[in-house]
Design a protein around this ligand. Structure first.
Ligand code: F6P
Length: 356
């Protein structure tokens, strides 16, 4: 009989709906289909550094498909950042501690579930000699090399529902509503929720906005008898520095809300959705995406294929080298068909006015 295969799993970076579905996807198929042993590390890379883990079995992986958050915990620990040597109690650097944990546990592979930062760390660990497989998650949809990562559609649902609710209160009071959504430096979440929620103006980091265009567009809506407007703002859009060159201590949504009221005199209110977008149960799409990506990771390990990330190419699950993913971000191409579609319905992206 050959040696049993032992794998480690961790979830790192910001949490998102679907992490537990992915842990279950990897873990259950590793145990049931391939007879592997599975060890879950607590709080992302911190668990690997501190050898903090628990063995996962079919029982502990049951009943978690629909749960938000992550049963393993997460952190933003970046083991390759910061001073090479840790405190005086130890002469081992964090990557060396990780290697020690990996070797002491007799792991054959480590599955890193996370976003862009996690894939970068996963690649570095792979370069340092560990067997690693990546599984992409993010509400931002910005992991390079995959059409879908789980977390995104749940966040789109939450943001869309919020925008729907803003429509009725905006209409009652004849106000302009600014809603800020997450997305880091990419506009995917604003674009999808903005279109699904019928936002009148959608501002994303990939398209430079012009204040005068926003003003004119809102005035035209008023003139056209439309008493209220919804502006969906991605948190990552550029906002100007203060006169003294320092950054503003308020967010993109607040900035847009203030200038809109100043420029137009329209009564304007701001809503920042924040962490609500990351919490709670995953949508059915995200459960399926996470399960598929997780199951594929276990399959890659069973075939001894390492240094790869599970990914979606349209509806097909594929794998791509972590080397290709590390250090890149998937932003919204300005010729994205959804932008063209929304523009032809009169939606404004802050750069030009729709055809009058
Ligand atoms: O990457 C996911 C994300 O939720 C971004 O949309 C957001 O900018 C960031 O994480 C917030 O991070 P933190 O959890 O560190 O506050």
């Amino acid at each position: 009989m050959g040696k049993e295969t032992r794998i480690g799993i961790l979830t790192a970076g910001g949490d998102c709906p679907g992490l537990n579905a992915a842990i279950r996807g990897v873990g259950k198929s590793a145990i049931i289909e391939y007879g592997m042993r599975v060890f879950g590390f607590r709080d992302g890379f911190s668990g690997l550094i501190n050898c903090d883990y628990k063995e996962l079995n079919e029982k502990s992986l049951s009943g978690i498909l629909t749960l938000g958050g992550t049963i393993l915990g997460t952190s933003r620990e970046k083991p390759f950042k910061g001073p090479e040597l840790s405190d005086e109690e130890s002469i081992l650097s964090k990557p060396e501690k990780i290697k020690k944990t990996y070797e002491n546990l007799g792991l054959d592979c480590l599955v890193c579930i996370g976003g862009n930062g996690t894939m970068k760390t996963a690649y570095k660990l792979y370069q340092s000699g560990l067997n690693v497989v990546g599984v992409p998650k993010t509400i931002d949809n910005d992991v390079w090399g995959t059409d879908y990562s789980f977390g995104f559609y749940s966040a789109v649902n939450i943001a869309t529902e919020a925008i729907d609710r803003l429509h009725t209160t905006a209409n009652s009071h004849k106000r302009t509503m600014v809603v800020e959504v997450m997305g880091h430096n990419a506009g995917w979440l604003a674009l999808y929720s903005g279109i699904a929620g019928g936002g009148d103006i959608i501002l994303i980091p990939e398209i430079k906005y012009n204040k005068k265009v926003i003003k004119k567009y809102l005035e035209n809506r008023q003139k056209g008898g439309k008493p209220y407007s919804i502006i969906v703002v991605a948190e990552g859009i550029d906002i100007p520095l203060k006169k003294d060159g320092s950054t503003r201590n308020y967010s993109a949504g607040t900035y847009i809300s203030r200038i809109v009221e100043e420029m137009t005199g329209l009564e304007t209110r701001e809503t920042k959705l924040g962490y609500i977008q990351r919490g709670g149960a995953p949508s059915p799409e995200d459960r399926i995406i996470a399960t598929g990506l997780g199951e594929h990771a276990a399959r890659l390990i069973s075939e001894k294929k390492y240094g790869l990330m599970s990914a979606y190419d349209s509806h097909e699950i594929i794998s791509i080298p972590l080397a290709d993913v590390a250090g890149k971000t998937k932003i919204v191409p300005v010729d994205n068909p959804l932008i063209k579609m929304a523009r032809s319905l009169g939606t404004c992206f802050g750069d030009t006015l729709p055809q009058e």
